[in-house]
Write a protein that binds this ligand. Structure first.
Ligand code: SF4
Ligand code: SF4
Length: 339
């Protein structure tokens, strides 16, 4: 598999990284096997976050025993709560991972302008201090809104930006990717399979071979998924015209009401996490009940009381650039959760 250089940091990693957000779905033993296999086949970039339940601990079980032959990114979303909560999660990441230095540490889900303003104050100064002490090597930022991410990159404070980019969510092509590449900011691609909604997984991954992206990090929770994805990157076949058409046909239906998680509709005065509603709805509504659906619904159970409070005010629909019918989706999700 070819290597990619992570922007100005000069760090070289395999073009496919390991997204660890789904590791909480498997046991510690299964997770050990998957991570060991990833290392064995040459994967050397791992992406996790405090918010991904026990993902950091599971990576730490294997990686903390290694001789620094990998690159790891983690991050905290806790700035949305308070600076103290952020500092606590920062320390927690070291405890969970069991390592002394984290290569990239960043701010998680910085979607709105005001959230960017928040992280640019004390939290950023704190990470700079930690970098000075050698506890982290580089500062990163992640978010779902390509405009906010572009603004973040332009500040010159971040060495890596992580954002969704896939055959449905092509907004990073407007200017985000070019801006990052021109300023030497590493890019890490999240949701390369659009959150798992695209059936033609290999084609969706091959889509990236035509774009100047950094490391692509599909979320994986089995050796089979890992090896299937690895083989796609190993062969590195560009899409033919016919394959591009096939992929476009498949996503043309999905794309119409596909939530980009940009958060323009937020905040909801009833406390509903709208992008999360759409993510769960997309994975579960009208789908047969299998382990994946059951797991996703389990994550959403605590949302029931907030969903019941939806007043159908429609403000979220007015603010959404894609006119996504959120109140309808809220009702549908509530129905399946109650069942
Ligand atoms: S319609 Fe429901 S989800 Fe949308 S803003 Fe109003 S209360 Fe929130
Ligand atoms: S519902 Fe619309 S505005 Fe809200 S996150 Fe999704 S795409 Fe963005």
């Amino acid at each position: 598999m070819r290597n990619v250089i992570l922007g100005k940091t000069g760090i070289k990693v395999k073009a496919m990284g390991f997204g660890a957000m789904y590791l909480p779905r498997v046991s510690e033993q299964e997770s050990d096997v998957i991570i060991e296999r990833a290392l064995e086949i040459g994967i050397n970039y791992f992406d996790t976050a405090s918010a991904y339940q026990d993902s950091e601990e599971k990576l730490g079980r294997v990686l903390s025993r290694r001789d620094n032959d990998f690159v790891i990114t983690s991050r905290s979303i806790a700035c949305k709560t308070s600076f103290d909560a952020f500092k606590k999660e920062f320390e927690q990441s070291f405890d969970r991972l069991g390592i002394k230095t984290i290569d990239f540490y960043g701010f998680h889900a910085v979607n709105m302008k005001r959230e960017l303003e928040t992280v640019m104050g004390d939290p950023l100064n704190f990470l700079k201090e930690q970098k000075g002490k050698g506890r982290i090597r580089h500062i990163a930022i992640t978010g779902h809104n390509h405009v906010t991410m572009t603004e973040a990159i332009k500040t010159g404070e971040f060495e890596m930006a992580m954002f969704p980019f896939n055959v449905i969510e092509r907004e990073p092509l407007d200017s985000l990717l070019d801006t990052a590449n021109s300023l030497g900011v590493a890019t890490s691609i999240m949701k390369p399979l659009a959150g798992g909604v695209i059936e033609s997984k290999a084609l969706s991954l091959r889509f990236f071979f035509d774009y100047p992206v950094g490391v692509v990090t599909p979320g994986m929770a089995s050796v089979k998924e890992l090896e299937d994805n690895f083989n796609v990157f190993e062969k590195m076949q560009h899409l033919s015209q016919a394959e591009v058409r096939k992929l476009q046909e498949e996503v043309s239906v999905l794309g119409k009401e596909f939530c980009r998680r940009c958060s323009y509709c937020m905040p909801c005065e009833k406390g509903i996490m709208i992008p999360f509603v759409h993510m769960i709805h997309m994975k579960c509504y009208g789908k047969p009940m299998d382990d994946d659906v059951a797991y996703t619904l389990g994550l959403a159970e605590r949302m029931i009381s907030a969903l019941e409070n939806c007043s159908e005010c429609g403000k979220c629909v007015e603010k959404c650039p894609y006119n996504i019918p959120t109140p309808e989706r809220v009702k549908e999700l509530l129905d399946i959760l109650k069942k």
